[in-house]
Design a protein around this ligand. Structure first.
Ligand SMILES: C[S@@+](CC[C@H](N)C(=O)[O-])C[C@H]1O[C@@H](n2cnc3c(N)ncnc32)[C@H](O)[C@@H]1O
Ligand code: SF4
Length: 385
């Protein structure tokens, strides 16, 4: 990848419901006993798309991402209705990437062909682990076998698919992880997301952790697990292109690259964030998180926006740094200088380089080195200070 910046416009669509809440998860996802009125949600999505397109007209949509929650609980007809609404209000690029996040249960896999017919061309499956005991500790509703069957269905139906695994789990050793990851890679396509387990505040895992009942790997073990991840993936042609994302060349998730490269995107649905460029200003938008409140707001006002802030130069530049340094391709320092109105601090760069945490590519891009990635937050904080 050269980081060559094609103009890109992404649309994120959030489906906020799940069959059950996983104890580690702090995403905007909710469990409802009553059936969800999908037709009503589809109308609200279409209304919010119309309102957003009125603010940023004429865009060519290059990527669309249905995230959640569990978008694979949506009927294919609901997905089709959202895609139709997008096509009514914006131009859709002929090579548009349309990703849908799916939970890997057999019920959901039966809908894959319907999603493809609706226009989805890439799925991302939350496999999480290939061990049934671990899956049950993670509160997952599927077995490893069921997940692998869903992966096989994804492979048969879609040209592109990815799946997520969570590592740095309780008691996990680098040897066990290397063998699980190798098995996973054998089932993978052009993309894998590998996340270190994070104990998120106010989740059931946070309570268990505070009570000493959930022991996560210490810093040294977590580092060894991270190193194992990089080694095993690189050996199989799946090097990291972002701190937690691995792909074969050309298999990168183009939608997530929109975020990491500081490009423009719209957020549709409950609790969705956007970055819209209007009249020379960059707006950070957010919608109401609660699904039913969002629905009522859209029905009354035509949109669910609860925040719409014009970002300052400093904020735009800091965000560009924070997101861009997650990528193996790094950032173009001259774009930072243009955004911030001043260059990055040369002395700080020199010190980070001496410590082996930062490197400059032959093309003059600045990127975090492999040893720098485990301490990425500290590197970014130092550079942005
Ligand atoms: C929006 S979620 C999920 C998609 C889908 N609902 C699922 O669970 O299969 C995206 C991914 O984030 C990861 N994730 C969520 N919470 C996490 C946590 N606390 N630590 C590490 N990874 C997490 C999981 O791998 C998950 O698949
Ligand atoms: S991890 Fe996925 S299925 Fe589990 S609660 Fe979060 S969004 Fe829902």
């Amino acid at each position: 990848m050269n980081g060559g910046e094609q103009p890109a416009f992404g649309v994120y669509v959030h489906w906020p419901f799940c069959l059950s809440k996983c104890p580690y998860c702090d995403f905007n996802s909710h469990v409802r006993r009553a059936a969800i009125d999908e037709a009503r949600f589809a109308r609200a999505f279409a209304a919010e798309i119309a309102a957003t397109a009125a603010r940023v007209p004429g865009r060519a949509v290059s990527t669309i991402f249905f995230g959640g929650g569990t978008p694979s609980l949506m009927q294919p007809a609901t997905i089709a209705a959202v895609l139709d609404a997008l096509a009514r209000h914006w131009h859709i690029a002929p090579d548009v990437e349309v990703t849908l996040e799916a939970n890997p249960t057999s019920v959901e896999a039966t809908r894959f062909r319907g999603y493809r017919a609706a226009g989805v061309n890439r799925v991302s499956l939350g496999v999480q682990a290939l061990d049934d005991r671990v899956l049950s500790e993670l509160g997952r509703l599927h077995s490893a076998r069921e997940a692998l069957e869903a992966v096989a269905t994804a492979r048969a139906v879609f040209d592109r698919y990815s799946f997520d695994l969570i590592y740095a789990r309780p008691r996990q050793t680098p040897q066990e992880w290397a063998s699980e990851l190798t098995r996973a890679i054998a089932e993978s396509g052009d993309h894998l997301s590998l996340y270190q387990l994070t104990v998120e505040p106010e989740t059931p895992f946070a309570a268990l952790h505070a009570a000493g009942k959930l022991k996560i790997p210490n810093e040294d073990t977590a580092r060894a697990l991270y190193d194992t991840t990089q080694e095993v993936c690189a050996a199989h042609g799946l090097a990291a292109y972002e701190i937690s994302n691995h792909a074969r060349l050309g298999g990168e998730c183009r939608h997530n690259l929109v975020y990491w490269r500081g490009q423009e995107y719209a957020g549709i649905g409950p609790g969705a964030h956007g970055r819209l460029d209007m009249g020379g200003a960059r707006h950070a938008t957010a919608t109401e998180r609660n699904p039913e409140t969002w629905l009522k707001r859209v029905e009354n006002d035509g949109h669910g926006l609860v925040a719409d802030e014009v970002l300052t130069r400093e904020e735009i530049a800091d965000e560009f740094l924070l997101m861009g340094l997650r990528l193996a391709e790094g950032i173009d320092p001259s774009r930072y200088a243009a955004l911030a109105g001043r260059p990055l601090d040369a002395a700080r760069i020199a010190t980070l380089r001496e410590h082996g945490l930062l490197e400059t590519t032959p093309a003059g891009r600045l990127r975090v080195s492999l040893p720098g990635f485990p301490v990425l937050d500290a590197v970014v904080a130092d550079l942005a200070a």
